[in-house]
Write a protein of this length. Structure first.
Length: 305
């Protein structure tokens, strides 16, 4: 149940739907398997899988939703080889060249003929909505997966005024300063992993693991102008994660203290255990997000919002 990544979004105005309206909207667009001619399908599923019946899980004012994507896997090499074979056949039979417009038509026909036999795979993307605090946290490091979820949520609810969470000081500038000085803002502890990036157009990247970031070697890279583009951090002995220069939180790990608390609240019932985990996770994120934005100079709000 615990999120492993975070992409953070801020509502730019009061959330335009209620809990009941969200439940109704998601129920009208359930997930479904791919049809024979579908390249993919998107729909809402239950956040706890077989351990829940509702498409919106509610705990202490937080909402958990789950997007399910099923897509057919059609390797590009299979399409290219099949298309090349068809083009060769036509050119040999008719004694003429097959040009781009016809090739595109042949490719579309080939894809449609192959789709019913293609394997499928599914992905589930979770999102936590805090309507009172005005943010959405998506459990993914992929902007594409996040946009799939937000786009379908916007389509189902009719309105979703959100934007990526922005801060006043660039994360790379803050993280570089933290590593240079060996000090992070209160509540944060610098870990032993980082990514150093040259700021020039074709600059290189150095990835450090299990390194003393205060060492002369690391400091020398910073002295010559490299910036910290990703940094491992700990927060209040509750979370460990890696923060990058786009404000993406990766490799998020909830420490044993929180997991033990969830175990203490749960019974032997798996649904109760998942609900307790979600409750503690949501409350922890509600503390982390303002703390992290404060460490990065505060939240940047576009003018007019």
């Amino acid at each position: 149940m615990w999120f492993r990544n975070l992409l953070l979004y801020r509502f730019s105005q009061t959330i335009p739907f209620s809990e009941a309206e969200l439940i109704t909207a998601l129920d009208e667009r359930p997930s479904r398997p791919c049809g024979s001619q579908d390249t993919h399908t998107l729909g809402w599923t239950t956040p706890f899988g077989k351990h829940s019946e509702n498409r919106v899980q509610v705990a202490q004012g937080y909402w958990l939703i789950a997007l399910r994507k099923e897509e057919r896997i059609l390797p590009g090499s299979v399409v290219r080889d099949g298309l090349a074979e068809k083009v060769d056949e036509i050119e040999a039979r008719d004694g003429r060249k097959v040009y781009k417009k016809e090739r595109d038509t042949l490719k579309d026909e080939l894809v449609m003929s192959l789709l019913p036999r293609a394997f499928t795979r599914t992905q589930t993307t979770l999102a936590c909505i805090a309507p009172q605090e005005g943010w959405i946290a998506i459990d993914s490091a992929s902007s594409k997966r996040a946009e799939d979820l937000l786009s379908l949520l916007r389509e189902c609810t009719g309105s979703l005024p959100v934007r990526p969470l922005n801060v006043k000081i660039a994360p790379a500038a803050c993280m570089t300063d933290w590593v240079k000085t060996g000090q992070a803002p209160e509540g944060l502890i610098i870990g032993d992993e980082c990514e150093l990036r040259d700021t020039s157009e074709d600059g290189g990247v150095i990835r450090c693991k299990r390194q003393d970031l205060a060492s002369d070697e690391i400091q020398q890279h910073l002295t010559v102008g490299k910036q910290v583009s990703q940094l491992s951090l700990q927060w209040q002995e509750k979370l460990a994660f890696s923060l990058d220069d786009k404000l993406t939180v990766k490799r998020l790990k909830f420490e044993d203290l929180l997991r033990d608390e969830a175990d203490d609240q749960a019974s032997d019932d798996m649904a109760a255990e998942l609900d307790a985990s979600f409750n503690i996770m949501a409350k922890t994120l509600s503390e982390l997000i303002p703390s992290l934005t404060a460490a990065l100079g505060g939240e940047e709000t576009p003018q007019g919002i």
